[in-house]
Design a protein around this ligand. Sequence first.
Ligand SMILES: *[C@@H]1O[C@H](CO)[C@@H](O)[C@H](O)[C@H]1NC(C)=O
Ligand SMILES: *[C@@H]1O[C@H](CO)[C@@H](O)[C@H](O)[C@H]1NC(C)=O
Ligand SMILES: *[C@@H]1O[C@H](CO)[C@@H](O)[C@H](O)[C@H]1NC(C)=O
Ligand SMILES: *[C@@H]1O[C@H](CO)[C@@H](O)[C@H](O)[C@H]1NC(C)=O
Ligand SMILES: *[C@@H]1O[C@H](CO)[C@@H](O)[C@H](O)[C@H]1NC(C)=O
Ligand SMILES: *[C@@H]1O[C@H](CO)[C@@H](O)[C@H](O)[C@H]1NC(C)=O
Ligand SMILES: *[C@@H]1O[C@H](CO)[C@@H](O)[C@H](O)[C@H]1NC(C)=O
Length: 467
Amino acid sequence: MDSSTFILCVLLLVSFTLGLSRNTCPSIQYIAKGTIGMVDCHFKEGFHAVVWYNSADLATGKTIMQIIDGVKEGKGYDSGEYDICSNGSLIINNVTLGHEHNYTVVVLHSQNEDPILQQIKVVVTVMPSMPFPIVDQCGERKTICHTQLQHDSRLMCLVQNARPAVSLLWVDRTAGFDRNISFQTSVSENGSIFTTLATTLQPFPYSSVLSLLTCRAAAPPGLLLKQTTTILVESSNAKIVDLVPIVQHLERGSQLTLQCSKSNLSLVLWKKAAQNGSMFQIIAYAALLEEDVPVFYTEQYQLQKDGSLVLSEIEASQEGLYRCVFEYDGTGDAVLYQVVVFESLVTAVPVVQGCSEENYCILEEEIRGTLTCLLNGIRPKVLLEWKTFHDRDAPLISFANQRLDVTSNGDVYDITLTSTYYLKATNKDRITLECRISESHIRALQSATKFDIIFVNGMKDLFQLFH
Ligand SMILES: *[C@@H]1O[C@H](CO)[C@@H](O)[C@H](O)[C@H]1NC(C)=O
Ligand SMILES: *[C@@H]1O[C@H](CO)[C@@H](O)[C@H](O)[C@H]1NC(C)=O
Ligand SMILES: *[C@@H]1O[C@H](CO)[C@@H](O)[C@H](O)[C@H]1NC(C)=O
Ligand SMILES: *[C@@H]1O[C@H](CO)[C@@H](O)[C@H](O)[C@H]1NC(C)=O
Ligand SMILES: *[C@@H]1O[C@H](CO)[C@@H](O)[C@H](O)[C@H]1NC(C)=O
Ligand SMILES: *[C@@H]1O[C@H](CO)[C@@H](O)[C@H](O)[C@H]1NC(C)=O
Ligand SMILES: *[C@@H]1O[C@H](CO)[C@@H](O)[C@H](O)[C@H]1NC(C)=O
């Protein structure tokens, strides 16, 4: 009787009387195909014997190999397929699918003690093509992304070529916690490896303009690096086209803060268009109600906890339309800002042609003529206009053929206003006029230059002639 047969006999006897003893080996173990795998156990150093069997049923199972008083033997050992560690664990030198079955290990701590029997289920794993669930709209590289979808669109989540089959679940995280949503799932097999697909039936189960959906995988340990992929879905049906912008004027270099909304938001999505008519690009998005906020920042912008967008020093190139789409309590809305960046006005004052800049300007002109006013180095583009300094003089002079020329000069503009004028019937020969920036809402841009015009050969002379 060889020693393993002896142990088996002893064992069959005790297993009837003692039943299975306490675990020192995890009862389900996952080992990766194509690697050197270990069926892990830990027996006290100095054990007398460890025997591994290739089945849970010792009546039909065969001995793989054994170690008795430090001596290893058995068919599995001789062929080089198996080995045993000093703590009793079984080593599989090249794991194949054929190694996926139940094992029994028997340990005898000393010749006089009762043998201890353990059963282990081994599952052979195959790493999926990508180590995280792939959401079709995110591509194969991203575990968080954004997309725009119709309300009846579907989202697919996939774990490809894995073993064992991974199960997938879609949940809605719009409110900051998981809510079940309906989805369809299927598993296909190809040569003992599995592909799992989960498809949502509609992307806005609990919300109207934005929703945050997570595809979550349940996989054995080690199979995936990341169990979830999250997608922020924006409704492409949302009526945000007709928004009237709130105009914000900001001096270059100052801080931009745009508030999305006053209410408690769950999701915000900021987009920017350089100017009216250009495409809106994503600049930031975030889920605001969670601890582990999945936020996407660009290099330049920051998001505050309430969803406000902050830019510490605004540049002229950052002018444009900023749109925030947000979701709260199952409803959504959007806000649009038009951000206009202006230069400080220290040097930009209108200059009337023919005036010297040092003295108060008095022009001597005919009762009909042309006036030109220049404003160089201003931002943003503004309109210039002529105005009588005293309102009561307004009916006395009339301007026509106004032409405004704007040339761009780097970030700033040079603006020229040219107009013809004529003096209406009056006996006045001197009027105080202004060339000024018109229709500007920016306090800092309220700039005007005052000058007098004396009319030679004016109406006064004519009046004197006839009276
Ligand atoms: C058993 O020994 C092997 C090889 O030394 C080691 O990798 C493994 O972690 C050990 N198992 C336990 C449960 O300590
Ligand atoms: C492991 O087994 C596979 C399949 O039998 C074989 O193709 C591969 O070469 C083996 N690897 C090693 C390191 O022996
Ligand atoms: C392996 O053992 C498990 C219980 O741990 C049992 O459910 C399963 O059917 C067994 N598999 C085989 C192939 O005997
Ligand atoms: C959500 O789905 C999971 C998995 O199907 C289930 O265990 C859980 O009970 C469900 N929760 C609710 C609130 O229905
Ligand atoms: C099954 O897998 C093999 C290789 O692993 C591949 O060539 C074949 O196209 C797959 N079949 C299907 C239906 O995906
Ligand atoms: C926002 O949330 C806080 C705390 O959850 C609550 O006390 C407050 O009333 C909410 N405000 C609004 C406008 O819903
Ligand atoms: C954008 O341009 C269109 C037509 O060109 C105009 O109707 C609309 O008011 C403009 N919107 C803004 C925000 O300037």
